[in-house]
Design a protein around this ligand. Structure first.
Ligand SMILES: [Zn+2]
Length: 255
């Protein structure tokens, strides 16, 4: 967790629709977002630590006097869900598998993976309004489609939040903008199918990625290019009789 990164910032990507961008977008430095309606706020994801989530809630409060009434989790990863417990009073919404994975993961327990992190007083707060396929939320009269992507991709339980009238897509971690996409808990092949078959056809003009700056649809092609490169590299390594590690070490990463 680099203390040299710029502070988080709020960007209004469409009227009343905000992205909360946390530089530099590396592991566990995620983006969230919120819709500020007259009758309440809908939040898309929380943050990784107590402090980061409290900062996020302060940013919401500086924008809207309304409480967060609904919290959507795009997937179970702790950077998007550890802070759920601080959104007291909100209905926490996610795919059924997202709830199961949050409960299975439990409290932060990453060994030395992230060094000495002050997670704060995190309490488990799993989603308790769960869907199998999709659910529709309204921010005032603005329709927001919360859709399970249908197959393993970034994880086993990825959902997107799509706002057709504004052509705004909250992509969760299906899109990393400027960072290496992470598929270790999902499926590379599945992610290619989801990006090419679901995300691209939406035709979103504005994408709030799970990590990195707000972007346009070109980010989908960037991630697809990387995922296809990984698969091609794996096929070539296997054909050459190399182990995955040998293949990785011999690979020219290029772009
Ligand atoms: Zn993730």
């Amino acid at each position: 967790m680099s203390s040299a990164s710029a502070p988080p910032r709020v960007e209004e990507v469409s009227d009343g629709v905000f992205a909360y961008i946390q530089p530099d977008g590396t592991w566990f430095i995620n983006n969230t977002g919120f819709l500020a309606g007259r009758a309440g706020v809908i939040s898309v994801d929380a943050c990784s630590t107590e402090r980061r989530t409290r900062d996020y809630l302060a940013a919401i409060a500086a924008t809207s006097a309304q409480p967060v009434r609904t919290l959507v989790n795009t997937h179970h990863h702790g950077d998007h869900t550890h802070g759920n417990y601080l959104l007291r009073g909100a209905t926490i919404v996610a795919h059924e598998k997202c709830r199961a994975e949050i409960l299975a993961a439990g409290l932060p327990n990453f060994g030395g993976l992230f060094g000495d992190v002050d997670w704060g007083g995190i309490e488990l707060a799993p989603p308790f309004l769960c869907y199998d396929d999709r659910v529709t939320l309204y921010s005032d009269d603005l329709r927001c489609e919360v859709r399970y992507v249908g197959s393993p991709a970034h994880t086993t339980n990825d959902s997107i939040v799509w706002i057709p009238a504004r052509s705004v897509l909250f992509a969760g971690d299906l899109i990393f903008n400027g960072g290496t996409p992470f598929m270790l808990m999902g499926s590379v092949t599945g992610a290619i199918g989801v990006l090419a078959g679901l995300l691209k056809p939406l035709g979103a003009a504005t994408i709030v990625p799970g990590h990195g700056d707000v972007c346009g649809p070109e980010a989908i092609d960037d991630v697809l290019g990387y995922l296809r490169f990984v698969l091609d590299t794996a096929r070539q390594g296997k054909a050459a009789g190399l182990s995955p590690l040998e293949t990785a070490r011999q690979t020219d990463l290029g772009q």
